[in-house]
Design a protein around this ligand. Sequence first.
Ligand SMILES: C[S@@+](CC[C@H](N)C(=O)[O-])C[C@H]1O[C@@H](n2cnc3c(N)ncnc32)[C@H](O)[C@@H]1O
Length: 350
Amino acid sequence: MKKSYAIKVPIKYAKKTKVIIKLNNIQNKNLKLRKDKKFIYYPIKELDNNKLIKFKKVKYIEIMLTSFEEQEKKIQSYKENLKLPDNLKKHLPTSYDIIGKIALIKLPTQLLKYKKNIGISILKSKKNIETVCLVKPVEGELRTRDIQIIAGKKQTKTIHKEFGLTFFVDVKNTYFSPRLANERKRVASLVKPGEIVVDMFTGIAPFAVMIAKYSKAKIIYAVDKNKKAISLAEQNVKINKVIDKITLFNDDSKNIKKILEKEQVFADRIIMNLPFSAHDFFIYALDIISENCIIHYYTIIKEDEIEDKIKDLKKIAKVKNVFITRYNTNKIKSYSPREFYMGIDITVKK
Ligand SMILES: C[S@@+](CC[C@H](N)C(=O)[O-])C[C@H]1O[C@@H](n2cnc3c(N)ncnc32)[C@H](O)[C@@H]1O
């Protein structure tokens, strides 16, 4: 308990008084307000003479000195209450990803010994987090990652919200990056009414759902080889109410030509979010383009390698007798000191 000046008012004047306190910016935010049956006590800062006179004139207000409970101090960062040898503090990551109620953190070897304490500190610093996972980079064909729960509830499935959309995610068995949220929104904003869109590596379908919800695309065909990802994608399509806009396929995107032939359509826009291997699939994407198609091609690349990458893609286009007429690049996030997760919007014409 701590002593402080207070404004005491009958409960029926609480709302009015709250406004006055706010307007005058006199609330003592370090203390919790207190109530009894008849009165409410607002902790306030010490008042200057002018304000004191002004408040004393208000009939129902009484100014007094009383005791209040202290507010729990808000922890700004997980580093604040973490006990760690001083020489190791500099190795603590400045950020970590949050997917729904799960935090995913990467730690350097020196800190692995302290992983449990680090996990607990994250839980304490963020009320909405239930689980903290130590993660390694995504790997393998299905772009999943090795995960170890270091604190909190034993779960790898969660519900993530993004731009008003709901996504069921399994952080262990499927790929999902919350850092691509703005990119998904940007791509959706480029889609023109009536477009046929193909998402060749859809994962749990965040691009497809975003486009279905925030554009007037005619239909989105979304493919992924990972059965678990497609199963979550089905749930995401349902929960976001876009069943009539998205058709899902649990298949290899090397079969994309066959898939679209059955549907008797060509793509006006293609999303290729498979950064380390998109290059190997570019030739398959060119099999399904309409007369004028935009390909959102994602890659991990150094800035000075972009020109060569485009030259390379132009060579593949030539084999298929199509032309890359325009491209523009967007840096999405850093990958390593010199490499970026880069999006390239490529215009291809037949
Ligand atoms: C980097 S993730 C992107 C997922 C999703 N587009 C997103 O933004 O969250 C790449 C996805 O491609 C899928 N994948 C890998 N090889 C594939 C292939 N040959 N055919 C179809 N999907 C494939 C993986 O299972 C994974 O879900």
